[in-house]
Design a protein around this ligand. Sequence first.
Ligand SMILES: NC(=O)c1ccc[n+]([C@@H]2O[C@H](COP(=O)([O-])OP(=O)(O)OC[C@H]3O[C@@H](n4cnc5c(N)ncnc54)[C@H](OP(=O)(O)O)[C@@H]3O)[C@@H](O)[C@H]2O)c1
Length: 300
Amino acid sequence: MSKATELGEKFRLPDTATDLYRMGYGAMQLAGPGVWGPPRDVDAAIAVLREAVAMGVNHIDTSDFYGPHVTNQIIKKALHPYPAALVIVTKLGARRGPDKSWIPALSHQELIEGAHDNLRNLSLDQLDIVNLRVGGVLEPSEGSIEEPLTALAELKRRGLIRHIGLSNVTPRQLEEAQKITEIVCIQNFYNVARRADDAFIDSLSKQGIAYVPFFPLGGFTPLQSSELDRVAASLQATPMQVALAWLLHRSPNILLIPGTSSTKHLRENLSAAALELPSHAIDALAGIALSAPPLAQPAH
Ligand SMILES: NC(=O)c1ccc[n+]([C@@H]2O[C@H](COP(=O)([O-])OP(=O)(O)OC[C@H]3O[C@@H](n4cnc5c(N)ncnc54)[C@H](OP(=O)(O)O)[C@@H]3O)[C@@H](O)[C@H]2O)c1
């Protein structure tokens, strides 16, 4: 790991020359309501992406099933030709139904088509990192991932994908995956109020694998908690900044992709990279209780 600018430290993905700032950006909020169709204001979405990159972000998380296709097309419009250091992480393993539902898409054919959709919509010759997305809506479910992962590994061998990650998986599925191909990152649901992956994060840290929590701010219903409010007030920060700083403090292999459709929130979130949490703040957040349910819509 190396110290850097206002965005804080960088993390090197295992066995790669890829250094990502620990503070990145998640693009899912750039599609329309329900992650469907275009956003109300495309120019505002483009402005968020350009501001993120101008502020140094070199890690953007996306998927071609946001929209579908819309988010990737906005990324291309805003940022192509891409800065050399920018790493765009996408995911395969789902598609959208006409009723806006999220449907698993893990067959060999669907994965190949999904990779080509991403390449075309992002205007890339090679996808930097692809997360294989499996499991349920929010939780992983045990079961072999050999078949879809073998298809992805084949796409990697053919040069369409540079690195592979996994999303919504268990430690056992990671073990199975590592017999098939190298895994550089895991993307699961985790935040200050949802810590089911604590042991998994520690084990990934020992292996040098990045852990990239989705819903770091709680997702569609952002975190609301009196503990967060109190800590934020004591540090002259916002509750969302404290939630992000807590994740950065939690483990050195945690990389962040907070999502927002607002440049104001983007700046607020990125500046959390410089927020140090004193031990009394960490203690105060140990038993955090939510005053709102963490989720109002399905996730992917
Ligand atoms: N692998 C998976 O299954 C999976 C699932 C879900 C998400 N993801 C990825 O994870 C990324 C992050 O998740 P997410 O965007 O769904 O959830 P999130 O980052 O936890 O939260 C986003 C929500 O928080 C709000 N927000 C952001 N910054 C804020 C601030 N400073 N103050 C107040 N509200 C703020 C956003 O609204 P505004 O737009 O108004 O700021 C939005 O409603 C996504 O972009 C996506 O790339 C992956």
